[in-house]
Design a binder for this molecule. Structure first.
Ligand SMILES: [Mn+2]
Length: 317
């Protein structure tokens, strides 16, 4: 009697691990929240090490570290000297109901439909991958909901994912950006963090010919952040796709195709905040978190913190 009976709502180690300990609502509306978290536990688009299908569960688990926020109260980011997430209500919309081993023709429409449903309800989607192939299906949902309005895709990644394979591997995690660009789901594309060894130079040339703006990682790390976002039209609608391998594998080892180099947490955070403050971010995904290679949860930890930083910069009031 008289005890606080709501401790399980905020303690990281107790209760049900929905994202950020938010209420789970299968088909949320604006009455349930402002941002809706949607898991896509799918890694059959991966060309090397699998395991990203466990990404949503890993990010939900570690997200409870920050669940001690009380209701809609903001966090205070002392380093950025700003309040974060004040008034922003989260709801966990669960996972897309996918069929393992089924073809993309079966699974992609289900992903697109769930995303469109969230957008039609006026919610800001946070998509938890899954390998990067899911972004193509997510952007199909955005296109359906937006009825032709342009959308600038801002991608953080070590790989361009602009692979124009003609041998049948058309919807792997190496090609969501080219597919989304060709189908008009993304009308403009900006890439940050690209690095590593590429199998061909013509793929890079193809992206450049089509107007993709690529900030190579080493260049981006040395360039003032306002120069990195100066080409974004103020207030334009942006979708952020964050492949966790954009980070240095020393801080984010748990991913299928890591490459030496990459952003630190602070570098990624600074660019994300600059994008969110200059443009109008309308949704985001966090993909390629693979807990099978993440034994101390450090990759999922960075992934979730960057989600909070981005959504905080985009939506805090
Ligand atoms: Mn990628």
């Amino acid at each position: 009697m008289g005890y606080n009976t709501r401790m399980n709502d905020s303690m990281p180690f107790a209760g049900i691990a929905s994202f950020f300990k938010a209420p789970y609502v299968a088909e949320p509306t604006k009455a349930d929240g402002d941002v809706a978290v949607l898991g896509i536990p799918y890694d059959e688009g991966t060309t090397s090490r699998p395991g990203a299908r466990y990404g949503p569960r890993a990010m939900r688990d570690i997200s409870t570290f920050w669940a001690y926020r009380d209701g809609e109260e903001p966090f205070y980011d002392g380093e950025a000297q700003t309040e974060l997430l004040g008034g922003v209500r989260f709801v966990d919309a669960g996972d897309v109901d996918l069929a393992p081993t089924a073809p993309a023709e079966r699974n992609h429409p289900l992903i697109a439909a769930r995303v469109k449903q969230l957008l039609d309800a006026g919610l800001f989607p946070i998509v938890l991958g899954g390998d990067h192939s899911i972004t193509y299906a997510v952007l199909r949902g955005f296109a359906a909901a937006r009825a032709g309005r342009p959308l600038h895709l801002v991608q953080f990644d070590t790989h361009m994912d602009y692979w124009n394979d003609e041998g049948g591997m058309t919807t792997t995690h190496a090609s969501p950006i080219i597919r989304s660009h060709e189908d008009g789901f993304a009308t403009k594309v900006t890439q940050y963090g690209i690095r590593g060894l590429h199998t061909t130079a013509d793929n890079i040339a193809l992206a450049r010919e089509r107007g993709v703006r690529t900030f190579w990682c080493e260049h981006a790390k040395k360039t003032p952040v306002d120069e990195l976002v100066a080409h974004l039209a103020p207030g334009e609608d942006v979708y952020i796709s964050f492949d966790i391998d954009a980070l240095d594998p020393s801080v984010a080892p748990g991913t299928g195709t890591p490459e030496p180099g990459g952003f630190t947490y602070y570098e990624a955070k600074a660019i994300l905040r600059a994008v969110a403050q200059r443009a109008n971010v309308v949704g985001m995904d966090m993909v390629e978190v693979d807990p099978l290679y993440d034994p101390v949860q450090i990759t999922a930890l960075h992934a979730v913190r960057l989600i909070f930083d981005t959504v905080g910069a985009a939506l805090s009031r």
